[in-house]
Design a protein around this ligand. Structure first.
Ligand code: NAD
Length: 250
């Protein structure tokens, strides 16, 4: 089998779209999964070797349908990129159960459902999974009770899946991105937050979608054939530098 197939969730825009483009450059076919039909069609119709799959990753029946669409049209799955995510920031007291569930059902349930549904196909190819967490899953900060907890859970889920699926040759890794100027981030990053990130990151800037895609595609590829259960922070150095007291940098 020379052809390779990646399933990228949340592929209509942002990091998922950049990851789609990098897989295409690598010669892979890509199943672009997203629940935003119009945005997905717009992205898919300008690209070759892609299959647009309009599905919601938080819905178990839709996820089963997604896998059967991919197997029918593309015949195999070599990599699953669990990238679809939502962000809602707010104080603990204002985060009602509905908001908590909205974040968990995509960010955590979606990863669980997609990985489980793709496992048989991944066994056949001895393929790999890359989950997209966040630096918010590595370090706690204010306003991220739901988002940060969902991403920390994705990090643990990565290790659980790596432990159990390794015997089938399936590798499971995770990329924890730092801030990137996507629609998701810009909806919750005020100018004050943007300035604070610049200050806290050793590289003093936001990352690009492409820089995150490079880390994702490396982990998904044969170049990482002995790497599993790992969390790669593509974050401009944010995680490495701890609390980073502004007074100590003057
Ligand atoms: P984005 O909002 O630009 O793109 C996310 C895509 O996921 C959208 O097309 C959306 O329609 C889709 N999506 C959301 N929920 C879905 C669902 N239930 N089913 C199917 N599709 C769904 O966001 P992005 O910034 O590219 O984020 C991609 C991933 O990277 C997310 O998991 C996010 O948490 C993570 N991340 C982003 C940043 C950042 O700064 N942008 C930082 C750390 C982590």
């Amino acid at each position: 089998m020379t052809k390779k197939v990646a399933v990228v969730t949340g592929a209509a825009r942002g990091i998922g779209l950049a990851t789609t483009d990098l897989f295409l450059e690598m010669g892979w076919d890509v199943a672009m999964v997203d629940r935003d039909g119009p945005e997905l069609s717009k992205a898919a119709e300008t690209r070759s070797n892609v299959l647009a799959v309009e599905r919601d990753v938080s819905d178990p029946a839709a996820v089963e349908g997604m896998v059967s669409d991919v197997m029918t049209w593309l015949g195999q799955i070599d990599a699953l990129i669990n990238n679809a995510g939502v962000a809602e920031f707010g104080p603990v007291a204002d985060t009602d159960f509905a908001a908590w569930r909205r974040v968990m059902e995509t960010n955590l349930d979606g990863v669980f459902l997609c990985t489980q549904a793709c496992t048989d196909a991944l066994k056949a190819t001895r393929g790999s999974v890359v989950n997209i967490a966040s630096i918010s899953g590595l370090r706690a900060s204010t306003l991220r009770v739901a988002y940060g907890t969902s991403k920390a859970a994705v990090i643990q889920l990565t290790k659980q899946h790596a432990a159990e699926l390794g015997e089938h040759g399936i590798r499971v890794n995770c990329v924890a991105p730092g801030p990137v100027r996507t629609k998701l981030a810009m909806a919750v990053h005020s100018q004050e937050i943007i300035d604070a990130y610049h200050d806290a990151l050793p590289l003093n800037r936001y990352g690009s979608e492409r820089e995150i895609a490079e880390a994702i595609c490396f982990l998904a590829s044969e170049k990482a054939s002995f790497v599993t259960g790992q969390i790669l922070a593509a974050d401009g150095g944010f995680e490495a530098t701890g609390v980073g007291l502004p007074a100590l940098r003057k």
